[in-house]
Design a protein around this ligand. Structure first.
Ligand SMILES: Nc1nc2c(ncn2[C@@H]2O[C@H](COP(=O)(O)OP(=O)(O)OP(=O)(O)O)[C@@H](O)[C@H]2O)c(=O)[nH]1
Length: 383
């Protein structure tokens, strides 16, 4: 039953591979892997059926090994690692040739199990390594990593037992306690693998969608919505810790003429450049956002006017300095507003920062202006 559900999940993965964003790689391979694992299980079930046993057993080994190889390729693609197709194809070919030899020419079940287990162990342990190296600290990754660990241990035990007792205790065609446990975990594992693949993919999808809804696609800094979330968290901290927060409103000067003279594509590159310059002038806890057009807003938590002024000057210095790239020269005007009271909201502080910015524009551009404090009771001192 769980094998069949694993098969159904392969259809889900195939359709997800068509509809999910292309940043989520490996879904097709995972879907193919499940299909192969299910086919392998069906061939095992049909070993006493109409097909010659040797055909069904060779077919079962071929599809299971290929399916397990595909899980590895899928996981590599999922983590953006170059897929090791050649290695998997080569090992699969060699493994199948060896299994066929020890099945047809010199029948030796224990050796066949050892070969099978080595291939599976290599594929799953590599995936475990990928999860440890690249996996995010989230439940789906932990779940998938545990699956890989359990699978690796199960095949190691099976391979070692096969070599120890000549394969008697692990023969899939001979009923026994180990066989029951092995068959149960294997078919359950197909379903668990399907669940693992799907939860990893949907968690990645959630991260991408969250990122898309809170980031500006051109510069990759926060957009207005992302900034509002960050500001709300900062405002809560302000309320608790009574600390100052400062906002910079940054607007490029005569940006329209850059677009008109050099083209929209160059204008876009200028915007990306500005976002980089601003980002480099900030600490890790500071946040930058693009509010559309050529306007950027910076949140400087736990910062008074003095440091904010230094940050603004540093940004302007870098923008003014002669550059080695091919971008046109440009400058920016900056308005600064310091918030000392959590009762002021985002609209309030933005309005004051924008007011200072317009004054900087009116006074000739390429300068920094500071907004008057909000007309609300002051609770903390400037730092
Ligand atoms: N390349 C590019 N241009 C944009 C983008 N968004 C808005 N713009 C352009 O930004 C320009 C903004 O022009 P204005 O609002 O007149 O501002 P300005 O020319 O910088 O003048 P001042 O702000 O008064 O110094 C317009 O030409 C918009 O088309 C964008 O994503 N990419």
């Amino acid at each position: 039953m769980s094998t069949l559900m694993g098969g159904a999940m392969s259809v889900v993965l195939f359709s997800a591979s068509r509809s999910f964003p292309s940043e989520i790689g490996g879904l097709r391979e995972w879907g193919g892997a499940l299909l192969c694992l299910v086919t392998g299980a069906v061939l095992l079930a049909l070993r006493n059926g109409p097909m010659p046993k040797v055909v069904s057993m060779l077919g079962m080994n071929a599809t299971l090994l290929w399916g397990i190889g595909l899980t590895l390729i899928g996981t590599e693609k999922f983590y953006g690692v170059r897929p090791s197709w050649r290695m998997v194809q080569g090992c699969w070919g060699l493994g199948m040739a060896a299994i066929a030899y020890w099945m047809l020419a010199e029948p030796d079940f224990a050796t066949r199990v050892a070969i099978f287990s080595t291939f599976v162990c290599a594929c799953y342990s590599r995936q475990l390594w990928l999860v440890v190296r690249h996996g995010e600290r989230q439940f789906p990754t932990l779940f998938f990593g545990m699956l890989m660990l359990v699978q690796t241990l199960v095949v190691i035990v099976r391979g070692v037992r096969a070599l120890y007792d000549g394969g008697i205790s692990v023969d899939l065609l001979r009923p026994g306690p180990f066989l029951s446990v092995y068959m149960a975990t294997s078919s359950f594992m197909v379903l668990m693998l399907a669940v693992g693949f799907m939860t990893m993919a949907t968690r990645r999808l959630q991260t991408i969608l969250e990122r898309r809804s809170t980031r500006d696609p051109l510069t990759q800094v926060l957009n207005r919505r992302g900034f509002a979330d960050v500001y709300a968290r900062e405002r809560a901290l302000m309320q608790r810790e009574r600390r100052a927060t400062t906002l910079l409103s940054i607007d490029l000067d005569h940006f329209k003429s850059i677009n008109d003279r050099y083209g929209h594509a160059t204008g876009d590159r200028v915007l990306v450049h500005v976002a980089g310059v601003i980002g480099k002038a900030l600490r890790a806890s500071d946040q930058v956002a693009r509010f559309g057009g050529e306007e950027f807003v910076v949140l400087l938590p736990d910062t008074g006017l003095e440091r904010a002024g230094n940050v603004a000057e540093r940004i302007q210095e870098v923008l003014r300095a002669p550059r080695k790239d091919d971008l046109p020269a440009y400058t920016a005007s900056i308005g600064i507003a310091c918030q000392l009271n959590a009762e002021e909201d985002l609209d309030g502080i933005l309005q004051r920062a924008d007011g200072a910015l317009y004054r900087a524009k009116a006074l000739g551009r390429n300068r920094v202006e500071v907004a008057e404090p909000a007309s609300l009771p002051t609770r903390v001192a400037l730092g």
